[in-house]
Design a protein around this ligand. Structure first.
Ligand code: SAM
Length: 293
């Protein structure tokens, strides 16, 4: 029933349901006071309500934290690491797969005119986001929403072309993706990450930030994680892949892909000083900070 209703809401040009999940995450940002109501949507509200019973069961019967806990952990930690990088001199940001995330307008409000912020997404989502931000008066000078397809290896929508067109090659840059990488298989993402490392190497300093869902090698945790992924795929049609089993494996892989200094942060140390909801078991989220000098 939920699945049938969800299928009716799905946009026809949606690629594998990934765009659909952006409505869910947006609803989480709005509900938690991190976003503007203009970025909420009926689809997001519907999805959030539809997933509430299985999330409740997961929490109260299986003892796993709900999806929103993990989403909020990743969002706050990415914000924290980005704030730190901006304070250290990174004055431009490229955020592919921005979806309906509030980060662009929140960072512009926080850091003002010294920041250039380029959000990017597939054409339909980019147009929607631009229109929503514009009509809510949330697009400041220096803040743009443009088209990209992270998989395009050439052409005007490739990440290479977007970086060249919208960023200043003489200034440090942050490249950030949130809620993207686990929607593609490892071989596909490996190519994207290698390309990202090459793009960042054209700037005096480049930092790639991303959330990555990992397992723990523990069969129970792996099983619970796979159950959650199957639930999301069933509701939205978005299939997900697990690329790594540990933070160490993340760090090793990104060094091999051409990044110089790599850290894969676990959320637990951030509990002491960020307003993060705590997960019941060790969190599945890792936040990658990979530099290119
Ligand atoms: C799960 S949503 C995350 C949105 C946002 N980053 C957030 O955390 O709320 C994934 C986003 O990836 C975008 N996306 C999917 N495939 C893409 C591609 N090939 N290139 C760029 N963006 C893509 C979708 O349109 C969607 O906005």
């Amino acid at each position: 029933m939920i699945h049938r209703a969800a299928s009716l809401l799905k946009p026809r040009d949606d690629r594998a349901g990934i765009g659909f999940t952006a409505h869910y995450t947006s609803q989480v940002w709005v509900r938690n006071g991190l976003s503007h109501p203009a970025l909420g949507s009926a689809t997001g509200r519907f999805l959030h309500r539809a997933l509430r019973p299985p999330m409740w069961m997961g929490k109260n019967i299986l003892g796993i934290s709900d999806l929103d806990t993990y989403l909020l952990q990743r969002h706050h930690i990415l914000d924290f690491l980005m704030d730190r990088a901006v304070e250290q001199g990174a004055v431009q940001v490229l955020e592919p797969a921005c979806g309906l995330s509030p980060r662009g307008f929140r960072f512009m409000a926080r850091h003002g005119a010294r920041l250039r912020y380029v959000e990017a997404d597939l054409p339909a989502m980019a147009a929607r986001k631009r229109e929503l931000l514009d009509s809510a008066g949330l697009l400041a000078p220096g803040h743009q929403v443009v088209e990209t397809d992270i998989l395009a290896q050439g052409g005007e929508h490739s990440l290479e072309a977007v970086a060249e067109k919208y960023l200043d090659p003489d200034r440090p840059v942050i490249l950030v993706t949130e809620g993207l990488v686990n929607y593609f298989d490892f071989v596909t993402m490996q190519t994207v990450w290698e390309r990202m490392a090459r793009i960042l190497s054209r700037f005096p300093w480049g930092l790639y930030l991303a959330d990555i869902v990992t397992g723990h090698g523990n069969p129970v945790s792996q099983g619970l994680l796979k159950t959650s992924a199957a639930l999301m795929a069933w509701t939205t049609g978005a299939k997900t892949w697990l690329h790594f089993r540990s933070a160490d494996e993340v760090a090793r892989t990104f060094r091999d892909l051409g990044f110089d200094r790599v850290q894969a942060h676990e959320p637990e140390p951030f509990f002491r000083f960020l307003p993060l909801p705590r997960s019941r078991r060790k969190s599945f989220i890792r936040v990658l900070a990979a530099e290119v000098r």
